[in-house]
Design a binder for this molecule. Structure first.
Ligand code: M6R
Length: 611
C-alpha cells in the first residue's frame, strides 16, 4: 500500500518526510517522490520542487541531492495500481502549471471519463495513473482558494482516496481529504504532520487525530481544522499513541497475518471498485472481448492458495459462462502433454506475479500461441508483463507468508470475470447475473460480520490447540475452500490437515478418523447439505468431533455437529469468500497458541521464484 507523509512547520520538511516514508517502507513500494515549496527569491518566483524516482526511497533521495531546507512538503511511496512503476507514474503529480502538487492513496474509479474530458479542455497528462485527474481537476476549479478547489474536485470523483495537496500560491497550508483509505494527522509544536499511518510520525509526536471517511483537513504550522466535505466542522479527540514501532507497523495487530485478514473487507471493495457499471460487471477496458467471446476451453494455472482460488474460479466460470475449465497446479501442468486447441485461453493466478512454476506455465502456453490472462496483485510483475492481458486484484501488499487477502480478492476477480464472460456470451440469465453482481457488493460487509466471531474462533483454537491431525471436508465449492483451510492450518500452525471431498472419505481416509481427529466441515451449499450431513454422520460414528462452518439458514440441518461457526446467508456460489474467513482466523490462533512464527512459517518463502 502506498505511503503518505506531509509536513508543515518551522523545521526542514525534507528529512522529516524522508524519515516518515522510510518508516513505511516495510509495506512495500516501487517508487518514491517528494514535492517541497521553494519561496520566491531574486532569481525566480515561488515554485514547487518535485523529485520522483522509480525504485528505492534512497534512489529518490540521491536524485534530490543537497536540496535546501523547506518548511512545507509532501512525500509518497507508491505501490502501483494504475500504470507501471516508473518515474512518471510516481507521486506527487502536478497540474499543468506545476503550482499544485498532490499525492494519493486509493483508486479514483471514474478517472477514465474525467481524464478524457480534462484532456479535451486542454490539460496535459504525463502519467498513466488514475491520480493525475485529481490534480488537474483542482487546477480546473482553482480561482483563489485551494480549499474551495479541492472541495469542488472531490465532488467530481468517486472511489477511495486519501489525498494531500499543496500549492505554491498558498504555502501556508496543506489540504487533505479522506475516503476509504487511511489517514492521520500528527500534532507537533509549531509544526504538524500528515501521514497514511502512525509509524510515519512515531518518534516525532504521540498526539494524533485519526481522520475518518468524508473528512477534510486544513493543516497549517499552528492549526488543524477538520470538517466534512461540505464544510461542516468536525470535533475530534486526540488519540495518544502508546504503540512502539513494531506494533504500529502492524496497525495495532500482533501479526501481519491478522492485520491482512482484517483488511479483507477493504481489499474486496477495492477489487470491485470501478468494475461494475449500471449494475453489471464491466471489463470492457480489458479490450479482450473478441477472445473471451470465442473461447473453446480455459486452463487456470497457479500454485498454492492461488490454485485454490482457481478451483473456485473453475466452478464459477463453468456454471455461469458455460465454458469448460481445467484448473491445474503449475508445477504439474508444465510437464504434461496439453491438448491445446485454437481459441483456448490460459488464466494464470499469482499474488506475487513472480512464481517460477506459474511463469513457466504461462510461457509454455504462449509458445503454443495461446492467449494468457493474468490475475495478479503486483503491477509490473513478471506475469503481468508477459501475459496478453492482466486483471489486478488491488489487495495491497501482502506481507505475511500465509496468503489471506490475496485469496479473497482473487476469488472476487474470478467471480467478476465469470459474470462478465457470461454476460458477453449470453450464457446465463441476465437478471440472475445482475442479481449476483448486486450481491457481490455486500461481500465486504458479510466478511466484516464474520470477523466479529474472532473471539469465538480464538476460543475454539484454544480448545483444539494440541491436536495432531485434522480433516477439512466439503462438497463442491465447499471442498475448494476446505483445501484452502487445510493449507492455512498446516502452513502456519504445523498441524497436519487434510482436505477431502466429503463423499470421497469412505473410499479410504475414513480409516484415519477417530476421537482425536477433529473434522472441520464446510456447509454452505444449500443443495448439498443433506449429502454433506450423511458424511458428517460417518465421521461422528467413528468418534470424531465435528466443527461446522455453516450458513445461518442451514444451522438446523447441522444440529448434530459438536461446534458451529455461523456464516451470514450468502448466495452459495459466492460463499467461499465468506467461509474461508473463519478458517483463516482459526489457523492464526492455532499457530499463536502453538508458539509458531505466524508471519514467517518455517521452511517457507513469500515469493517462490525457484522451480
Ligand atoms: O505469489 P503466488 O500467488 O504465485 O504464490 C503462490 C503460492 O506460493 C502461495 O499462494 C502460497 O501457497 C501461500 N504461502 C499460501 O498461503
Amino acid at each position: 500500500m502506498c505511503g503518505i507523509m506531509g509536513y508543515i512547520g518551522k523545521g526542514n520538511a525534507i528529512p522529516v518526510i524522508v524519515d516518515g516514508l522510510a518508516r513505511l517502507e516495510y509495506r512495500g513500494y516501487d517508487s518514491a517522490g517528494i514535492a517541497v515549496y521553494r519561496p520566491d527569491n531574486d532569481a525566480s518566483e515561488a515554485y514547487l520542487q518535485v523529485t520522483k524516482k522509480k525504485g528505492r526511497l534512497a534512489d529518490m533521495v540521491d536524485a534530490l541531492g543537497d536540496a535546501p531546507a523547506s518548511q512545507l512538503g509532501i512525500g509518497h511511496t507508491r505501490w502501483a495500481t494504475h500504470g507501471v512503476p516508473s518515474d512518471k507514474n510516481a507521486h506527487p503529480h502536478t497540474d499543468c502549471s506545476g503550482n499544485i502538487a498532490l499525492i494519493h492513496n486509493g483508486i479514483i474509479e471514474n478517472y477514465a471519463p474525467l481524464r478524457k474530458q480534462l484532456m479535451l479542455e486542454g490539460h496535459d497528462f504525463v502519467s498513466e495513473t488514475d491520480t493525475e485527474v485529481m490534480v488537474h481537476l483542482i487546477e480546473k476549479y482553482y480561482e483563489d482558494s485551494l480549499e474551495e478547489a479541492v472541495r469542488k474536485a472531490l465532488g467530481a470523483v468517486y472511489g477511495s482516496f486519501a489525498i494531500v495537496v499543496i500549492s505554491a500560491q498558498e504555502p501556508d497550508k496543506i489540504i487533505a481529504a479522506k475516503k476509504a483509505s487511511p489517514m492521520i494527522v500528527g500534532l507537533g509544536e509549531g509544526e504538524n504532520y500528515l501521514a497514511s499511518d502512525i509509524p510515519a510520525i512515531l518518534g516525532r509526536t504521540k498526539k494524533v487525530y485519526i481522520i475518518e471517511d468524508n473528512e477534510f483537513v486544513i493543516l497549517t504550522a499552528d492549526s488543524v481544522t477538520i470538517s466534512d466535505f461540505e464544510g461542516n466542522p468536525v470535533e475530534k479527540e486526540i488519540f495518544e499513541v502508546t504503540w512502539d514501532l513494531e506494533l504500529a507497523e502492524k496497525g495495532g495487530f500482533e501479526h501481519f497475518m491478522l492485520k491482512e485478514i482484517h483488511e479483507q473487507p477493504e481489499a474486496i471493495r477495492k477489487t470491485i471498485a470501478g468494475r461494475i457499471n449500471d449494475g453489471m460487471v464491466d471489463f470492457a477496458d480489458l479490450d479482450f472481448n473478441d477472445v473471451l467471446k470465442k473461447i473453446n476451453k480455459i486452463f487456470i494455472v497457479a500454485c498454492g492458495t492461488a490454485y485454490h482460488a482457481g478451483l473456485v474460479g473453475r466452478l464459477a466460470i463453468e456454471k455461469l459462462a458455460g465454458i469448460p475449465v481445467e484448473t491445474d497446479i503449475a508445477s504439474e501442468f508444465r510437464y504434461r502433454k496439453v491438448l491445446w486447441q485454437p481459441d483456448d485461453l490460459m488464466i494464470v493466478i499469482s499474488q506475487s506475479g513472480e512464481t517460477a512454476d506459474t511463469l513457466a506455465a504461462l510461457r509454455e502456453a504462449k509458445s503454443h500461441g495461446i492467449k494468457v490472462l493474468a490475475v495478479t496483485n503486483v503491477v509490473g510483475s513478471a506475469v503481468a508483463r508477459e501475459a496478453d492481458r492482466v486483471i489486478y486484484t488491488h489487495a495491497g501488499p501482502e506481507i505475511a507468508v500465509a496468503s489471506t487477502k490475496a485469496y479473497s480478492t482473487q476469488l472476487v476477480v474470478m467471480y467478476l470475470l465469470a459474470i462478465y464472460m457470461a454476460n458477453i456470451r449470453q450464457s446465463y440469465d441476465q437478471d440472475k447475473l445482475k442479481g449476483l453482481t448486486h450481491e457481490m457488493c455486500y461481500l465486504d460487509t458479510m466478511v466484516e460480520q464474520v470477523l466479529k466471531e474472532n473471539d469465538a474462533l480464538k476460543a475454539l483454537a484454544g480448545k483444539y490447540r494440541d491436536v495432531q491431525d485434522t480433516f477439512f471436508l466439503g462438497r463442491g465449492l465447499d471442498y475448494a475452500v476446505a483445501m484452502e483451510g487445510a493449507l492455512k492450518l498446516k502452513e502456519i500452525s504445523y498441524v497436519h490437515a487434510e482436505a477431502y471431498a466429503a463423499g470421497e472419505l469412505k473410499h479410504g481416509p475414513l480409516a484415519l478418523i477417530h476421537q482425536d481427529v477433529p473434522v472441520l466441515a464446510l456447509i454452505t451449499q444449500d443443495k448439498l447439505v443433506d449429502k454433506s450431513m450423511s458424511n458428517i454422520k460417518e465421521v461422528k460414528a467413528r468418534g470424531a468431533v465435528v466443527i461446522a462452518i455453516c450458513k445461518e439458514n442451514l444451522q438446523e440441518s447441522c444440529q448434530e455437529c459438536d461446534e458451529q461457526i455461523l456464516l451470514p446467508r450468502v448466495n452459495p456460489l459466492l460463499a467461499p469468500i465468506i467461509s474461508v474467513v473463519p478458517l483463516q482466523v482459526f489457523s492464526y490462533y492455532m499457530a499463536l497458541y502453538r508458539g509458531a512464527d505466524v508471519d514467517k512459517p518455517r521452511n517457507l518463502a513469500k515469493s517462490v521464484t525457484v522451480e
